[in-house]
Design a protein around this ligand. Structure first.
Ligand code: NAP
Length: 311
């Protein structure tokens, strides 16, 4: 696909991530042309807007692909409808509310011979690939994930996050897991978890997780949605060659306290570059590993009642 024949995209769900990242990333990439919006409430000046995907599909607007920026609970139905219509589909993270529905989409995209991309934007943070390369040749003795942010700052008014399928603190936590599964050299699995669920909500506001990798190396994760002051999106790995720290959500790489790698953030431009490559080669990319770890935590985790959360 070239800039001469851009991929025509309809964006579905004009919320925070659509406005903050998808619109600018598409506007800056000549391989893509945003041709329509599907939104229950909002409009985008200068573009045809539709309240439902049904209305868009019934219209005369021609498009090749959709970028699905809704909450996960409604992702599957919209994605299936788009695939059925022969459109390529980019899924925001997490790719669905359940593993089974994502597998259904994977198989359906294959049957329809169109591209399905389950995006993990944090894997495209600039220091993630250098961290993976640095860790590849080293003996790891422990890893710690510390992911603490203020839900009132980052997710204001997002009631869906507290509903079943909204993941609660695992909505950001799954980003950490997407990085950890990309940089650590061996697969790992959950051994125990504690989930703190506010008495007036359905999803955890905090969690502690214990994993072990296939060589017996312990990996811990602490997720917290009530972090005020400095925020933490850090992964620390102890190795025989020094202590690695990935900070700022994968943006900065430190070795033994020295900053080794820092570049401007370009996660969403990189996601769209990948989407164009997948479409051009007739491929899909549907890795559910981070979502599987979250599902495991919900399967195995011990629930602890937490105080009611009022925004
Ligand atoms: P958001 O601000 O709440 O926007 C989601 C949009 O989806 C809504 O504005 C709404 O747009 C549409 N929508 C359709 N059905 C909906 C429903 N049943 N309930 C609520 N909204 C519905 O959320 P967001 O932060 O953009 O997150 C959307 C997805 O992107 C999530 O899966 C999230 O994990 C992911 N993500 C978010 C961020 C971030 O920093 N916020 C970063 C990376 C990824 P219309 O009114 O236009 O229909």
């Amino acid at each position: 696909m070239t800039a001469a024949t851009p991929i025509r995209v309809a964006l579905i769900g004009l919320g925070k991530i659509a406005r903050d990242q998808h619109l600018p990333a598409m506007a800056a990439d000549p391989c893509f042309e945003l041709v329509a919006i599907v939104s229950r409430h909002a409009e985008q000046p200068g573009l045809p807007s539709f309240h439902t995907l049904d209305e868009l599909l019934a219209s005369e607007v021609a498009f090749d692909a959709v970028a699905l920026c809704t909450p996960p609970q409604v992702r599957h139905g919209l994605a299936r409808q788009a695939l059925e219509a022969g459109k390529h589909v980019m899924l925001e993270k997490p790719p669905g509310a359940t593993l089974s529905e994502v597998e259904d989409l994977r198989q359906f995209a294959q049957a329809k011979a169109v591209t399905l991309q389950a995006t993990w934007h944090s894997r495209h943070a600039p220091a993630v690939a250098p961290a993976r390369d640095w860790l590849a040749g080293r003996r790891i003795s422990a890893a710690r994930i510390i992911w603490k942010e203020d839900v009132r700052v980052w997710h204001p008014g997002q009631d869906w996050i507290w509903e079943p399928g909204g993941l609660g603190v695992f909505d950001p936590g799954i980003n950490a897991l997407s990085i950890a599964t990309a940089v650590l050299p061996r697969s790992f699995f959950l051994t125990s978890a504690t989930l703190h669920v506010p008495e007036n909500r359905q999803s955890p506001i905090a969690a502690e997780l214990d994993f072990v990798d296939t060589a017996g190396v312990p990996i811990t994760a602490v997720f917290d949605f009530l972090q005020t002051g400095p925020q933490s999106w850090d992964i620390e790995v102890d190795t025989d060659g020094g202590a690695l720290r990935l900070s700022h959500g994968g943006s900065k790489l430190w070795i033994d306290g020295l900053l080794m790698h820092e570049q401007p953030e370009a996660e969403y431009p990189s996601l769209y570059t990948r989407f164009a490559e997948l479409i051009a080669t007739g491929a899909s990319d549907v890795d559910v590993t981070p979502l599987r770890h979250v599902a495991d935590a919900f399967l195995l985790g011990r629930r602890v009642a937490a105080p009611a959360f009022v925004e």
